[in-house]
Design a protein around this ligand. Structure first.
Ligand SMILES: Nc1ncnc2c1ncn2[C@@H]1O[C@H](COP(=O)(O)OP(=O)(O)OP(=O)(O)O)[C@@H](O)[C@H]1O
Ligand SMILES: [Mg+2]
Length: 372
């Protein structure tokens, strides 16, 4: 049933309105002031339409209407003006009012105005919703185009490398100039570039899967020490090859983390892999801690003494394909952190970073724990 709120300071008029509108099959609630009307509306009561008197003590119709307009989804408003106050009616319509009627009210005409105002508002809302949906679709399509352009660019580089190396092999072989040394080197390059290409494609598939919501997170109780033990030897060797120390600090009795073990491993390996990659001397450290402010969470820090990240680049490093200029010759696609951030968020966690160029970086991952 269509619900109407009548706002009028005169008791008699409220009574007449209630009676006549109920006869027209409307559900009516009547209040005696603008202030009361706003109270009712702020309490979350929904109406399909408001009939508002202009002349009221304290807060007049126009002022009440200004307040109504601030609601999230204001209902249409028809205002009653006294005879000869057309100027106010015009002002009201200019401010976005739906319609106006002059007292004494003709209920036949008013009924038509009510139906028209409600329909108009419905259409307007529908139009706005459609417009928002269109804008969102356009934006998504634009992002997809951008993504495709970036992917093509990323793939083209190793692919051209592979083609050119293969052509060199062919050319040299044709002229009998392909020494076994040269051959081994070119083949090695081809395999390296091929692997790089495969890893880019794997990362692209991974991020597309995450964005399409096709990654299922299976929460389980994760023992952090056990997890770091599983990847420590490999990463320690990798760090060792660059002369770096890789340290893991987990306090005794550290609580179980609530996370997807496979995904958390991926996150930590990504962060430690970056830390090793972007550090030339010093150390890379994983440190676990319990934040004082939140008993339901744990924090894992991955820090390094590497090249660091400038302040202006910090907000962008989690974007897809974002690589900071300083990482120039260091290989990578710039998808690692985008994937990492999405995975952390899927596990109801948060990732933050602090860094000082030339000194090092610290990534801070906060995750829910099983109770401490
Ligand atoms: N520990 C770090 N120290 C300094 N810079 C970093 C660090 N981690 C990330 N960055 C910067 O952030 C950028 C994005 O990181 P991300 O892991 O997404 O990409 P990548 O390591 O370059 O490539 P990928 O991980 O896809 O192989 C890096 O290119 C680098 O510029
Ligand atoms: Mg990386």
């Amino acid at each position: 049933m269509t619900k109407i709120l009548v706002v009028d300071d005169e008791r008699n008029i409220r009574k007449v309105m209630e009676r006549r509108l109920e006869k027209l099959n409307y559900e009516v609630q009547a209040v005696e002031s603008g202030i009361e009307a706003i109270e009712v509306l702020n309490n979350g009561e929904n109406f399909d339409l408001i009939l508002l008197d202009q002349m009221m003590p304290e807060m007049d119709g126009l002022e009440t209407f200004e307040n109504i307009k601030t609601l999230a989804a204001p209902p249409p408003v028809i205002m009653f003006t006294a005879h000869g106050s057309l100027r106010l009616a015009v002002e009201f319509m200019k401010a976005g009012g739906s319609d106006f009627a002059q007292k004494p009210v003709d209920f036949g005409t008013l009924n038509i105005q009510i139906i028209r105002a409600i329909n108009h508002t419905k259409l307007e809302r529908k139009f706005r919703e459609t417009k928002i949906a269109c804008q969102a679709a356009e934006e998504a399509s634009h992002l997809k185009d951008q993504f495709l352009a970036l992917i093509s660019h990323e793939i083209r580089t190793p692919l051209s490398g592979i083609i050119s190396a293969a052509q060199t092999v062919e050319r040299l072989a044709d002229r009998d100039k392909l020494t076994s040394e040269r051959r081994a080197k070119l083949m090695n390059d081809i395999v390296d570039m091929g692997r790089h290409l495969a890893s880019i494609i794997e990362d692209i598939l991974e991020i597309s899967k995450i964005e399409a919501g096709h990654v299922d997170i299976v929460f389980e109780a994760v023992e952090l020490r056990q997890m770091t033990d599983s990847f420590y030897p490999g990463l320690e060797r990798q760090a060792g090859e660059k002369g770096l120390k890789f340290e893991v600090e987990i306090p005794a009795g550290f609580p179980l983390i609530r996370a997807d073990a496979k995904r958390l491993t991926q996150v930590l390996i990504n962060l430690i892999g970056n830390a090793i990659k972007f550090t030339d001397k010093g150390f890379v450290r994983l440190r676990a801690d319990l934040p004082e402010e939140d008993e339901s969470r744990v924090v894992i820090f991955v820090s390094d003494t590497g090249i660091g990240i400038s302040e202006e680049s910090l907000p962008e490093i989690f974007d897809r394909f974002k690589r900071v200029e300083t990482s120039g010759k260091i290989p990578g696609t710039g998808l690692g952190l985008a994937i990492t951030k999405k995975l952390v968020e899927l596990m109801e966690g948060k990732i933050e970073v602090e860094s000082e160029p030339g000194k090092g970086s610290t990534f801070r991952v906060t995750l829910p724990c099983e109770g401490r």
